[in-house]
Design a protein around this ligand. Structure first.
Ligand code: ADP
Ligand code: MP5
Length: 268
């Protein structure tokens, strides 16, 4: 059996809904072999982030090297990177290991408000990581930080996508979860065309880890050799099902249901 393989370079969420845990669950559900390089350990649950413990640069690099030397991932995702040293080390290691199809989820702030990237590190992300990204998946507040202007209209969002594309990413998805309205629309710019992916907005507080899960699904599909358009389409269906069938666990912003997409396919 030939299996596609994906590596996630991200933070650990002890609560299991976001970060490394969400990524590995998503890879598995989409039948992709998952590997991980942990950048930071967080003590976290559905109520918030109680502690952040970044790993040393050496620990992060060694994990990427070990995977690169033997397991040869078909695609790579980055999530929480926390500081400039880790961003630089990750960008360097990805290049050194000649890893392709890099999906950058520019994680900045947890849903509860805790910073998962130091404010001063946004510039390093722009300079070191975006130029090697095959795809970058900011939400609206993250895109605003990257471009330096407010995103209100669809035209603003298109201009922001083009601005981020010009920083060197091969494709840009600006997700619409933070917008308002009855529909949630994600915008993909592939360098030529703007594509819109819309779904009805689900009225729920259980959206912990939606961004991680969406980007992990894009990564899994790219690992299988799918186009960016196909990958975003599947990721949008995957996250919609995961939010709609969320598990209702924890007292705060609960996790999504990573099994929902597969269960629906089995039941049709
Ligand atoms: N309430 C919702 N209903 C349906 N889809 C949603 C909802 N909130 C977010 N999504 C989807 O989840 C993904 C993550 O969106 P977003 O919330 O913008 O990112 P993040 O989790 O990084 O803040 C996107 O694909 C978006 O369309
Ligand atoms: C370790 C880690 N990484 C990322 C997120 C962002 O979560 P979300 O996808 O809800 O924005 C998180 N809360 N924790």
């Amino acid at each position: 059996m030939r299996i596609s393989k994906a590596l996630t370079i991200a933070g650990s969420d002890s609560g299991g809904g976001a970060g490394i845990q969400a990524d590995l669950k998503t890879f598995q559900e989409l039948e992709v072999y998952g590997m991980s390089a942990i950048t930071a350990v967080t003590a976290q649950n559905t109520l918030g982030v109680q502690g952040i413990f970044p790993l040393t640069v050496e620990a992060v690099i060694d994990q990427i090297k070990s995977v690169g030397a033997d397991l040869h991932p078909n695609a790579v995702k980055t999530g929480m990177l926390f500081n400039s040293e880790i961003i630089e080390a990750v960008a360097h290691a990805i290049k050194k290991e000649k890893m392709a199809k890099v999906v950058v989820d520019p994680v900045m702030i947890a849903k509860g408000g805790s910073p998962l990237l130091l404010e001063e590190s946004v510039d390093t992300l722009k300079k070191k990581l975006i130029p090697i990204a095959f795809c970058i998946t900011p939400n609206i507040p993250e895109a605003e930080k990257l471009v330096g202007f407010k995103i209100v209209s669809l035209e603003d969002r298109k201009r922001a996508a083009k601005t981020i594309f010009d920083l060197g990413a091969k494709s840009v998805v600006i997700k619409g979860g933070h917008d308002d309205g009855n529909e949630v629309t994600d915008l993909l710019f592939d360098g030529n065309t703007y594509h819109l992916f819309s779904s009805p907005r689900i009225d729920t507080k259980h959206t912990h880890g939606t961004g991680c899960t969406f980007a992990a699904a894009v990564t899994a599909e790219l690992a299988k050799g799918k186009s960016i358009l196909e990958a975003v389409e599947t990721a949008k269906s995957f996250i919609h099902a995961a939010i709609e069938d969320s598990l209702g666990i924890g007292a705060g912003h609960g996790p999504t249901n990573h099994m929902a997409y597969r269960n629906r396919k089995v039941n049709v």
